[in-house]
Design a protein around this ligand. Structure first.
Ligand SMILES: [Zn+2]
Length: 737
């Protein structure tokens, strides 16, 4: 790197004047190195394409950038990855292809065939895949018939396999019912009651299969079964340990959805329409908010304020469980984003749809986390178990549907919304091929695990982490360490019971996950070589490893405005798919994209809020140097007198936007980390000795922070201690090599 060579030369003589220049350059280099690091390690990562275009070579390319937002292109390279198995299942499902060969072309024709084999896992899976593709359209008769058939499918035995089958069965049922929700179909009262009453049957199957797993298939089933019936307390305890909570969740979701559909589908359609319109406005898909010519830029278009609006206007005719309002809003948002990004018109790009969806996911979970005190780990487990038993009983109560017509709010498991949102994240991982999305899901799962108030949330967080590990076992190889750290935390807090509990849960979820994978790999043609073998991690030989690429870097990169070079919360995405901080969009003198110079038209700007993600990852961004503290330099102009002509991409941006004077040092970020504010305050007041000692103190907490070293260097420069300034700069460089 040419600019680095230059740094070396500066070692000889003229240190004094050089240090000023150095500070500027080093900030640039730090940024640059992060980008280069990502580029080196992830040549085939799709979402880095934009960055590569900017960074490759030093000539700034202009015009002609087309961003590929179509799914799947890069996936074809990793022919043996788990991701491919997922992909094969979703886009090349063996059974669906076979049906096509046999002349069943339309989605209706396919589902009419699949309906005949609903007790077989592979057909069930194919059916789910068929319905999850929102491009496929179905006639209302097929939808209703399928719903009925799924309710009538017999479960005549209980085994380990039937747990996996039950989950898949209920997921398929949910998928079909969601289709009905989003289409103008009114179910007959008979069918709706029939589906509702089937929930009791499924709850009973759930209970029995759970017992089978508990007891173990090696033992005499009947004998143990009787034994447990005599010790009913013990039995409950046993069930809790190896319980597939996904099934509990799906049953509650089905119950409440049927509830909300009751009698008043027109109202339900109205709710969908309103949320869709609000979302369109908030994202500027219906142009109006974001106009670069005027001053109509949003200040309060955050997701939270939008949600408050929706919540206030949303009510169901019959009472639903309290979590359900937010849950339904989330499902409607997700549905719209998927449809807009997958439809042939491509109203929005897949990248944009995922970024927005992730922000909503974070935003909802943030609300859940506020209510969960993180030091009292698992103290609500007992309460959870109580409620859980009640929910099962209420589902099993045959007349429940009529009873609830009386108008009482149905009982739901604590933190159902939290669980559901994590389930959506898991679903998104399957659809996505973007590392930033995986990374955001990773932090989501870790945060949820750390704050988990019960086994319920622990279960889902573990499952999500295992899922990520299977998508990319190199990148997510740290999850075992995360599990260790979590158990450590439990033992440090003397939560022996919880610790034991968690270990059992972890083993169970791993076994369960393994079973699910079997279903998946048996469904593709590639599973031929043997059932167990294809699950072996080692067999997934990837041609191109994405190892070592720091997940946080990828996330930060995605929401980094090219003008101030750091992650930002209020962004917009342009037609060329480049992003820009809204505050900088306002300031652009020439309305062209700073990256590719494409002309910016009002109608092409999409609003991209990332407030929750930014807020929750702020500390991480800061510690890793993606966000630098703001320092007002008294002589910031002078910093750009130097002839760093080889930093052309920076030059380009700086010259283009000279009115913003976006020096890396003099930037003002709104939300400063509180621990750093004092340092900055002291610097601004020119109390450099005080700032120095504070800075060194904080360096003990963040020993690897290079941003802190850069500040220290700056402080020493102000103290005229060029030796020390130079020393810290070198350390900073070293940390980033
Ligand atoms: Zn552009």
């Amino acid at each position: 790197m040419a600019s680095f060579q230059k740094l070396k030369c500066l070692n000889n003589g003229r240190k004094r004047s050089a240090v000023n220049e150095l500070i500027t350059m080093i900030m640039m280099i730090i940024k640059h190195q992060i980008d280069c690091f990502i580029n080196l390690n992830g040549g085939d990562i799709k979402q880095l394409e934009i960055k590569e275009e900017n960074m490759e070579g030093s000539s700034s390319q202009s015009g002609g950038t087309s961003t590929n937002t179509a799914p799947g292109n890069s996936e074809n390279n990793n022919s043996l990855s788990y991701k491919t198995i997922l992909y094969e299942n979703m886009y090349n499902n063996r059974i669906l292809l076979k049906l096509e060969e046999d002349g069943f072309i339309t989605p209706d024709e396919k589902s009419k065939e699949l309906i005949k084999e609903l007790s077989e896992i592979k057909y069930l899976y194919a059916l789910k895949v068929l319905f999850e593709n929102l491009q496929n359209e179905f006639s209302s008769q097929v939808l209703a018939n399928l719903l009925e058939a799924l309710v009538d499918t017999p479960f005549n035995h209980y085994s380990k396999e039937s747990v996996a089958r039950l989950e898949l069965h209920l997921r398929t049922l949910v998928t079909v019912l969601e289709r009905i929700c989003f289409s103008p179909i009114v179910l007959s009262k008979e069918l709706r009651d029939k589906v509702y009453n089937s929930l009791a049957k499924f709850a009973e199957i759930h209970r029995k299969t759970t017992q089978v797993i508990e007891i173990g298939l090696d033992n005499n089933f009947r004998r143990n079964f009787n034994q447990f019936n005599q010790q009913s307390n013990n039995q409950d305890e046993q069930i809790i340990k190896k319980r597939n909570y996904n099934i509990d969740f799906l049953l509650i979701h089905l119950r409440d959805t049927l509830h909300s559909l009751r009698d008043d589908e027109a109202r339900f359609q109205e709710i969908i329409r309103r949320i869709r319109d609000l979302l369109k406005t908030a994202l500027n898909i219906t142009p109006g908010i974001l106009t670069i010519a005027g001053i109509n830029l949003p200040n309060d278009c955050s997701i939270l304020s939008m949600l408050t609006q929706i919540r206030q206007s949303l009510s169901f005719k019959y009472p639903v469980a309290s979590y359900y309002v937010d849950w339904r809003i989330m499902l409607i948002i997700q549905n719209n984003l998927f449809i807009w990004s997958e439809s042939s018109e491509k109203i929005i790009s897949k990248k944009f749809s995922e970024l927005v969806l992730m922000e909503y996911i974070w935003s909802f979970l943030e609300g859940e986390w506020v209510n969960a005190a993180d030091k009292s780990i698992l103290d609500s487990q007992t309460k959870f178990d109580e409620v859980s038993n009640k929910v099962v009983k209420s589902l099993k109560n045959a007349g429940g549907f009529l009873n609830e017509l009386a108008g009482n709010e149905p009982i739901a498991l604590p933190h159902t919304l939290w669980f559901g949102i994590l389930d959506l994240a898991q679903n998104l991982i399957q659809r996505s091929s973007r590392i930033a999305t995986y990374g955001l899901c990773y932090y989501l799962a870790i945060e949820s695990l750390n704050k988990a108030p019960s086994n319920f949330i622990q279960f889902k967080s573990i499952e999500l982490l295992l899922h990520l590990y299977n998508v990319d076992n190199k990148m997510f190889s740290m999850i075992e360490i995360d599990f260790d750290q979590y158990t450590q935390k439990l033992s440090e807090n003397n939560l022996e019971d919880s610790l034991e509990n968690f270990r059992n849960l972890l083993t169970f979820v791993k076994e369960k996950y393994h079973e699910d994978l079997k279903i998946l790999s048996n469904n593709t043609g590639k599973g031929k070589e043997g059932k167990g073998k294809s699950l072996n991690q080692n067999s997934y030989l990837k041609k191109k490893q994405t190892s070592n690429s720091n997940i946080l870097d990828v996330i930060a990169d995605e929401i980094t405005c090219p003008i101030n070079s750091e992650p930002t919360d209020q962004l917009c995405i342009l037609k060329c798919q480049h992003i820009l901080a809204i505050s900088n969009l306002k300031k652009l003198k020439q309305k062209i994209c700073p990256n590719c110079r494409e002309k910016i038209e009002d109608n092409d700007i999409r609003y991209l809020p990332q407030n929750s993600i930014y807020k929750n990852l702020y500390t991480k961004f800061f510690e890793s140097g993606h966000i630098l503290p703001s320092i007002e330099l008294e002589n910031s102009d002078q910093l750009y007198d130097s002839d760093d002509s080889d930093n052309s991409e920076f030059d380009f941006i700086l010259i283009k936007n000279s009115n913003i004077s976006s020096s890396l040092l003099s930037r003002i970020t709104k939300k400063q980390h509180p621990t750093y504010q004092n340092i900055i305050k002291e610097i601004n007041e020119k109390h450099y000795e005080k700032a120095e000692s504070l800075c060194k103190e904080f360096l003990n907490f963040f020993p690897k922070s290079y941003s802190l070293r850069c500040i220290l260097a700056y402080i020493y420069r102000c103290l005229n201690n060029y030796e020390q300034a130079h020393l810290y700069l070198e350390e900073a460089i070293y940390l980033n090599l």
